[in-house]
Design a protein around this ligand. Structure first.
Ligand code: 6GU
Length: 248
């Protein structure tokens, strides 16, 4: 998968050299290209923003540098290849595991994190007519720019790529993954030693009884979801609960 990021803070994307994403790059599973938007400015001050038409606080990112950057980057793809353009914005559609899975199936993503009050609307319109453009928010709070959301989205997508996670099964039971535990948060986990500061692990986990362990894990997941995300329980279909699920 190819990933391009256009930003005025390329150094903010340094974490893409580390850990899971960094290793996927080193192995050639990810081709990540971070670009400085100011390379597509032509004035002495490398201006990327200006005052908003209609007045109001803050600054708006000018369309020209974005247009030149995106034309060049999109044009650099293989014959006829078109990226999905992901525009991080608090006004976008929610970034979900479902969207991460969809994006992980695309060959090429271009991220356009903005600072200030966002990008001149005409840029989104223009590329919306040429490519698949997704305006995406990572949650109901406001950040100073889209760079941290790009780190979040790239990590969520990269770990779904074949061969990127050590164990392909390790995202099968993720919170929010489809399947038997769909809509449930993951329960607690334990490792050695069996007793730590007088605290013992739940006995069922060393019982060797796989049915009982599965039942216990599901009850833990239900309890945690009820406490932390009651909206997920309320939104789940009745059919996603079995008769042994304790209803609270
Ligand atoms: Cl994608 N950008 C910004 N600036 N703030 C956000 C966001 C994105 N998602 C949630 N808050």
């Amino acid at each position: 998968m190819r990933l391009d990021v256009v930003t005025i803070f390329p150094e903010y994307l340094e974490p893409l050299n580390v850990s899971l994403v960094g290793k996927a790059r080193a192995r050639g599973q990810l081709d990540v290209r971070v670009h400085d938007l100011r390379e597509w400015t032509h004035d002495r001050h490398n201006t990327v923003d200006d005052t908003p038409y209609g007045g109001g606080p803050g600054m708006v990112m000018k369309p020209d540098p974005w247009g030149e950057a995106l034309d060049e980057i999109i044009g650099s793809g293989a014959d006829g290849a078109e990226p999905v353009i992901v525009v991080p914005t608090p006004s976008g559609r929610p970034f979900t595991q479902e969207l991460a899975v969809e994006l992980s199936g695309k060959p090429w993503l271009v991220f356009t994190p903005a600072r200030y009050e966002g990008i001149d609307r005409r840029v989104i319109e223009e590329y919306g007519e040429r490519c698949d453009v997704r305006e995406v928010s990572i949650g109901d709070y406001v950040l100073a720019g889209g760079e941290a959301p790009v780190l979040v989205m790239v990590e969520a997508v990269a770990r779904l790529l074949p061969g990127v996670l050590g164990n392909a099964a390790s995202h099968q039971d993720d919170s929010f993954a489809p399947g038997e535990m769909a809509q449930l948060l993951e329960g607690p986990v334990y490792t050695k030693p069996p007793e730590w500061r007088g605290r013992e692990i739940p006995e069922v986990l060393v019982s060797g009884h796989h049915g009982k362990i599965a039942r216990w894990r599901r009850d833990q997941a239900l309890a945690r979801t009820t406490a932390n995300r009651p909206d997920l329980i309320a939104g789940a279909e009745a059919g996603s609960f079995d008769k042994k699920d304790r209803q609270t």
